[in-house]
Design a binder for this molecule. Structure first.
Ligand code: IPM
Ligand code: MN
Length: 369
């Protein structure tokens, strides 16, 4: 009997709906070719949810997300909602779903496909063969720390306040994920913080070292200040295997790493919770790129980051490594045949629309199966 997996699709705003349509097509193709059935439900998040429900993430949507086997998300945000109260902004929908589902480990692989080497802003020898994985802590740190807010003093001066704080357990659990993943790759972890100026950074370094010493002594661990890491990523990115870092540094370093691979339109991500007693975990998959309102509705967005995020879903939520690899290989083949969306286009390439790119990948996937 085939396995049934419930997928909740939250397309969100901007180019989200366009790229998610291509993901649904890929999911249908995988379904035809393997022994699984995907029960697909759709709902809104971000600005789209605000327009429909008056909040960027409704309780009902959150409940559906918690009941599904995996959530596939597009992107959130857009000018239309920029003037809303902070708590109602589209981004709050995304932050709440991460927090409420306790998705503390955000995996952002930066992999440079051979056909993309020339699209990188770095020299080709620096990025050819690049394969790094950023593990970003996603539910703690300055994104969520208290106290926070904007306060006004009696003399009228205003202060904006955010707090960076981490507990031992928050650091330990994400460190374990990083070591575990490294042990299946090149066995090296670089932990990044600012322990030269921040106490939370000192604790981060101590706790990562503790988990290393007690649980993963065979993985190679090094520590690096986050600013140095930002510099090393453009100087010599191939020195890294797995980078583990906090929420804010991870946000910044992963955008930087994304650009090394040629386009922000290429990078997938997985956000994972802890395993429960049934050995399953809550999970959400989304592209690293944003909602790109400037190109929304034009049919030119690159669906690859979302399609690769679905490939990560197959691997990390459903143990479908073979199907996941086949999607990655299909994307690589289509790109190396010179088919590109507008964000990637080079002199000799053939320019595809969002839908055409989805179709090309699916045709290739059918052949690969
Ligand atoms: C990301 C995004 C989000 C973040 C925004 C949209 C809230 O930049 O996923 O990297 O800062 O985490
Ligand atoms: Mn970001």
């Amino acid at each position: 009997m085939s396995k049934l997996y419930k997928l909740l699709i939250l397309s969100g705003d901007g180019i989200g709906p366009e790229v998610m349509d291509e993901v649904i097509k890929v999911a249908k193709c995988v379904e035809e070719k393997s022994d699984v059935v995907f029960e697909i439900q759709k709902d809104d998040i971000g600005g789209a949810a605000y327009d429909r429900y008056g909040v960027p993430l409704s309780d009902e949507t959150l409940a559906k997300a918690k009941e599904s086997h995996a959530v596939l998300l597009g992107a959130v945000g857009g000018e239309k909602w920029d003037n809303l109260d902070f708590s109602l902004r589209p981004e709050q929908g995304l932050l709440s779903i991460r927090k409420e589902m306790d998705l503390f480990a955000n995996l952002r692989p930066a992999l440079c496909f051979e056909s993309m080497v020339d699209a990188s802003s770095l020299k080709s020898e620096l990025v050819s063969g690049l394969d790094i994985l950023i593990v970003r802590e996603l539910t703690g740190g300055i994104y969520f720390g208290e106290p926070r807010g904007i306060e006004e003093k009696s003399d009228g001066t205003r202060i904006g306040i955010n707090t960076q704080s981490y507990t031992t357990e928050e650091i330990r659990r994400v460190a374990r994920i990083a070591f575990e993943l490294a042990s299946k790759r090149d066995n090296r972890v670089t932990s990044c913080e600012k322990s030269n100026v921040m106490e939370s950074g000192i604790l981060w370094r101590e706790e990562v070292s503790y988990i290393h010493k007690n649980e993963y002594p065979n993985v190679e661990l090094s520590h690096m200040y986050a600013d140095n890491c930002a510099m090393q990523l453009v100087r010599n990115p191939k020195q890294f295997d797995v980078i583990v870092t906090d929420n804010l540094f991870g946000d910044i370093l992963s955008d930087e790493a994304a650009m090394l691979t040629g386009s922000l339109g290429m990078l997938p991500s997985a956000s994972l919770g802890a395993f429960d007693s049934n050995n399953s975990r809550k999970s959400l998959y989304e592209p690293v790129h944003g909602s790109a309102p400037d190109i929304a509705g034009k049919g030119i967005a690159n669906p690859i980051a979302s399609i690769l995020s679905f490939a990560m879903c197959l691997k990390y939520s459903f143990n479908m490594d073979k199907e996941s690899d086949l999607i990655n290989q299909s994307v690589n083949k289509v790109l190396s045949d010179g088919y590109k969306t507008a964000d990637l286009i080079g002199d000799d390439d053939k320019n595809l629309s969002t839908v055409e790119m989805g179709d090309k990948i699916i045709n290739q996937l059918k052949q690969n199966f």
